[in-house]
Design a protein around this ligand. Structure first.
Ligand SMILES: C[S@@+](CC[C@H](N)C(=O)[O-])C[C@H]1O[C@@H](n2cnc3c(N)ncnc32)[C@H](O)[C@@H]1O
Length: 383
């Protein structure tokens, strides 16, 4: 395997550049070589000739060494803290992996075993660059409050060792693979849930079918778009999307949106707050309160399909969004709402009153338990 050979004083900065370029092989070890240099493994994306930044750094073909990987984090954890702790003491065991981040929910009981959690999980997940504790959601955009607790550089660093590291090593920006795409995001600045991947797939299927029925590309409006996970896969389908509106009130979504949606990647529009811009004809991007979009006359009656994904407020916000849809003819609304389990059966009636359509045009699917009393419920309105 190809390794870049660097003097040890240049190791960290070279790793950073390679990681940013997507050329660092994270499954194998950065390790010392016989000549006193450090070998950094390159992945298959690294070009055969590296750019001038790496001039004078030889590429060496050497045997790769895997990050030490054990059977499972659970067995390593038990090795570190003793039998029975995981089974009888620890309540919050699981974690979420987002790109090269490992996110573990905060639990007071886990505090005294934090080092063991870090060692066991980071050793058995060699691709993970940063481990973070999730202290729950905060603020109006329900963003996760994340605290970095371990970083993998050329070695694993945690505890007091973190104080000596440069701040850029704690950057949680990551590329999350989803449905064959890579979505760039920072979960400490924007909302994202990989658990909704299946929902997004369903939306895509629904709108593909709708477009096929109409025999033309459809105009799609996603007023709570986040970093664009629902729209990115649609844009890969030739002829599926005609005009498009993507909007999110959280300004931190914008740089990621412009990265994740291909037609926006090369564009850098100037945003004025509370406005929509049209960086290319028929493609509108906004950073405004979604309920105010319909105050713009040119947006009313324009859209074939509306996505409504602000589940805590969907039903109350829906009336302000309806003017965006075509006033007559076929349309689709794909929405998600969080409602008490006891109210799920009444949802079609409620929606038919808000939207003024027949109950038969509404499909409701309970997706999952959201908390002790509430359910996350998806609905599609077809007209
Ligand atoms: C549940 S997230 C959905 C994001 C995205 N559609 C997804 O599937 O990942 C809701 C989004 O709505 C945004 N938001 C909250 N209130 C808003 C408002 N009044 N107008 C526009 N966007 C809003 C949040 O910043 C957040 O990104």
């Amino acid at each position: 395997m190809r390794h870049l050979s660097v003097p040890s004083s240049m190791t960290q900065q070279t790793i950073d550049i390679l990681r940013e370029s997507g050329w660092l092989d994270t499954e194998h070890r950065v390790r010392p070589y016989d000549d006193g240099h450090i070998l950094i493994p390159l992945n298959d994306n690294a070009p055969s000739e590296l750019p001038p930044t790496f001039v004078n750094l030889p590429i060496i073909d050497a045997k790769p060494v895997l990050w030490k990987s054990r059977e499972s984090w659970q067995s390593r954890f038990t090795e570190l803290v003793g039998e029975g702790v995981l089974e009888n003491v620890i309540i919050t065991k699981s974690h979420e992996i987002l790109g090269d981040l490992l996110i573990q929910r905060y639990d007071e009981v886990n505090e005294q075993y934090l080092s063991a959690f870090i060692q066991s999980k980071m050793e058995t997940h060699p691709r993970i660059r940063l481990m973070l504790i999730d202290h729950g959601v905060k603020g109006e955009f329900r963003i996760r409050d994340l605290q970095p607790i371990a970083v993998r550089t050329d070695r694993l660093v945690w505890g007091e060792g973190l104080m000596d590291l440069e701040s850029n090593l704690f950057d949680p920006t990551t590329d999350v693979p989803e449905n064959g795409l890579r979505l760039r995001l920072d979960p400490s600045r924007v909302y994202f849930s990989s658990k909704l991947q299946y929902e997004r797939q369903n939306t895509m299927n629904e709108l593909s079918q709708f477009s096929a029925e109409l025999g033309r590309p459809i105009n799609v409006c996603d007023p709570f778009c986040g970093v664009g996970p629902a729209i990115a896969p649609m844009l890969r389908e030739e002829g599926l999307v005609g005009e498009l509106l993507v909007n999110d009130l959280n300004p931190d979504c914008l740089p990621f949106l412009f990265h994740n949606l291909k037609p926006l990647r090369e564009l850098k529009p100037n945003f004025t707050p509370n406005n929509l811009v049209e960086p290319t004809p028929g493609l509108f991007v906004g950073c405004m309160d979604a309920t105010q979009i319909s105050t713009k006359a040119d947006q009313c009656g324009r859209w074939d399909a509306l996505l409504v994904n602000l589940p805590h407020q969907t039903l109350s916000l829906l009336p302000a969004l309806l003017p965006l849809l075509r006033p007559e003819g076929p349309m689709r609304i794909c929405g998600w709402t969080i409602i008490p389990e006891s109210e799920v059966n009444e949802l079609p009636d409620k929606l038919s009153k808000i939207i003024d359509c027949n109950v038969e045009d509404i499909e409701v699917r309970v997706r999952k338990q959201f908390n002790a009393t509430d359910m996350l419920t998806a609905f599609i309105v077809r007209r």
